[in-house]
Design a protein around this ligand. Structure first.
Ligand code: AMP
Length: 588
């Protein structure tokens, strides 16, 4: 298939923000794609070459890409650097440069999607001393045969800067329409995606065998399952109202969620975002099997850093010391952890997703041999609001964030946020001393001490239904000098030329970012706002909701995807709850 079909589609998608149009462009593209290469096309649309959990990375630095463009265009690297600085995106720069060249040369060969994809895969697999030169040769050979528009998207794919403004849900909608004629079958695709975390494979099966192809998807070792998520409740009484008079309350620990896959001696660990994080935790790889009475299992746990002398749980940030490629063996001893198991999804060749929570917990208890390193998350069966209050008090005293409340007879709903799991944090009980996890979508440059860095960040909530990020506040307090430097470094790479179509905001910051970084803030109150777009028109026509006096808590929530940020619905609940509290004293 000609790559121009893909680059034309990407071009059209970049110029619209309407979800229906975006979906239709994808439907047209899928219909024109030969079935054998549909998985490759889906990965490219996601800006990837393989599913995330395989950790396939191209490892091409800007300098190297510029050398490749220079070679193809016959223009010095310095000149390319100038255009790049002006443009801010290597893809745009390359297309501009090649456009000038195209006027003087003839295209010899049309470039195919297969060739682009296979070359990218080859680049990712290169290792060793000569790999940099080889990578450059591969890229420039693609550019030699590419039109300026194709070159633009090839470079965006290579540099990881392709932004089509769509989430996986839109891709699934389009696949369902293209192959089954109806968007309604999206749920079937989603079920397959939830157990495989591989949208390319889902597309391939449905393209080859229609919906029947999806029956082949089973939980399998070393393919991560998309995690089950919780809704939040604000009080014990709301929890009891929702869950009835018998449910489980587990301690909610503040660490990193991990999915552990074990078969004989092989151990693979996946993060909540389904990236392979095995290398950060060699201690789990070495010791987990000793704590289990089986050799084939998929488990879920919260990894928490501890103080070895006192046994105390340490804050989540302590785990970030493990995020390094080198010297990890040395670090392991300095930052000890505990593995706190709370679920089992697969045991001895069988999926447990359809087994009830209660049964799964029993199996977990039968299979785990507890010790200092591996433990079961403490849990209690709760039968009244009083019980619940007591357990919550105990959890807080033990250094937990709160509780996870779980319906006893509910299955494991992979990839779904629902009311079978509820989170109850201490702060939600009364005023909004509560923290929110918000997405950084823009920034204003700083003045004085903050000159040359971002002084204020623009933050957004996530709207699940519309798959958009809607602004809720600006935050400029709570930052240390170190934070300011750190934010500048992290966010510089996320700057976009124009606002990502998934962002909705009435504000115009100095720079827009890709919605990728999630940070934690606290605030004194939620108020109505004419400029912010979270919950726009819900409480009052023409108004959204905003945070008053927001403050950064110091936590960058690395482990959270932007879609895991606090939602507009959560903010509406907090707003309504706060109104109740402020009204109550007046009534009494
Ligand atoms: P939140 O990050 O606030 O949405 O809360 C959900 C997270 O709590 C999960 O992703 C887990 O990382 C964490 N967690 C801690 N303890 C538990 C538990 N007992 N059961 C499930 N998740 C837990």
């Amino acid at each position: 298939m000609q790559f121009s079909l893909i680059s034309d589609t990407f071009e059209k998608m970049e110029s619209t923000t309407k979800r229906l149009e975006l979906t239709q462009y994808l439907v047209d593209l899928f219909k024109a794609t030969p079935r054998e290469i549909i998985s490759k096309v889906v990965y490219l649309i996601q800006g990837k070459i393989r599913p995330d959990y395989e950790g396939v990375e191209l490892g091409v630095a800007e300098k190297l890409a510029m050398r490749a463009i220079s070679k193809s265009a016959g223009i010095p690297v310095k000149k390319i650097h100038e255009v790049f600085v002006e443009d801010g995106d290597l893809g745009h720069a390359a297309s501009k440069i090649l456009e000038q060249k195209a006027q003087t040369t003839f295209m010899v060969q049309q470039i195919t999607t297969e060739r682009v994809y296979d070359t990218l895969l080859k680049i990712a697999k290169l290792e060793g001393t000569r790999s940099q030169d080889m990578k450059m040769k591969y890229i420039s050979s693609l550019l030699n045969d590419a039109t300026p528009q194709e070159a633009k998207f090839i470079l965006k794919l290579i540099m990881g800067t392709l932004r089509l403004g769509i989430a996986d849900n839109t891709v699934m909608d389009a696949l369902a329409i293209a192959y089954t004629g109806s968007r309604e079958n999206r749920e079937r695709l989603e079920a397959a995606y939830n157990v495989s975390s591989d949208l390319g494979r889902v597309a391939e099966e449905i393209a080859k065998h229609d919906l029947r192809g999806l029956d082949n998807f089973r939980v399998s070792l070393f393919s991560p399952i998309r995690p089950m998520l919780a809704e939040r409740v604000k009080s014990e009484s709301e929890a009891v109202e929702k869950l009835g008079h018998e449910f489980a309350a587990e301690y909610k620990l503040d660490g990193e969620r991990v999915q552990i896959h074990l078969q004989d001696k092989k151990v693979v660990l996946f993060s909540r975002r389904l990236e392979n994080i095995t290398s950060y935790y060699p201690d789990i790889v070495e010791n987990i099997a000793k704590s289990l009475k089986t050799t084939e299992i998929i488990l879920e746990a919260e990894i928490v850093a501890i103080n070895e002398n006192t046994g105390e749980f340490l804050p989540f940030q302590e785990l970030m010391h493990r995020r390094r490629k080198y010297d990890i063996a040395k670090i392991v001893g300095q930052y000890p952890i505990t593995v706190n198991l709370f679920d089992v999804m697969y045991l001895n060749g069988k999926s447990l997703l359809d087994t009830t929570y209660d049964e799964r917990r029993k199996k977990l208890e039968e299979t785990v041999i507890e010790n200092d390193f591996v433990r079961l998350v403490p849990r209690t069966i709760v039968r009244s609001e009083n019980d619940l209050e007591e357990v919550l008090e105990n959890a807080i005293n033990a250094g937990c964030e709160g509780l996870m409340l779980k319906v006893l007879d509910a299955p494991y709903r992979a990839g779904a946020r629902g009311s079978n799991w509820l989170k109850l944090k201490r702060e939600y009980r009364n005023e909004l001393g509560d923290s929110l996890d918000l997405v950084v979508i823009g920034a204003f440059f700083g003045k004085g001490r903050r000159t040359g860095r971002y002084g204020t960040l623009l933050l957004a909530t996530y709207n699940q239904e519309r798959d958009t990020f809607e602004s809720i506040c600006k935050v400029g307090t709570g930052f240390t000098d170190e934070n300011l430097d750190q934010f500048y470094q992290i966010l510089q790479d996320k700057v976009t030329l124009k606002k990502n179509p998934r962002i909705e905001s009435g504000m115009e910051p100095d720079v827009w970012f890709e919605p990728e970084i999630v940070i934690e803030v606290v605030a004194s109150e939620i108020t109505l706002s004419p400029v912010h777009t979270t919950a726009k028109d819900v409480i009052r026509k023409g108004s959204g909701l905003a945070l008053r006096f927001p403050k950064f808590t110091g936590k960058i929530r690395d482990e959270k995807a932007p879609e895991d940020a606090s939602t507009d619905q959560e903010v509406i609940t907090l707003y309504r709850n706060q109104k109740k509290i402020t009204q109550n004293p007046a009534e009494t």
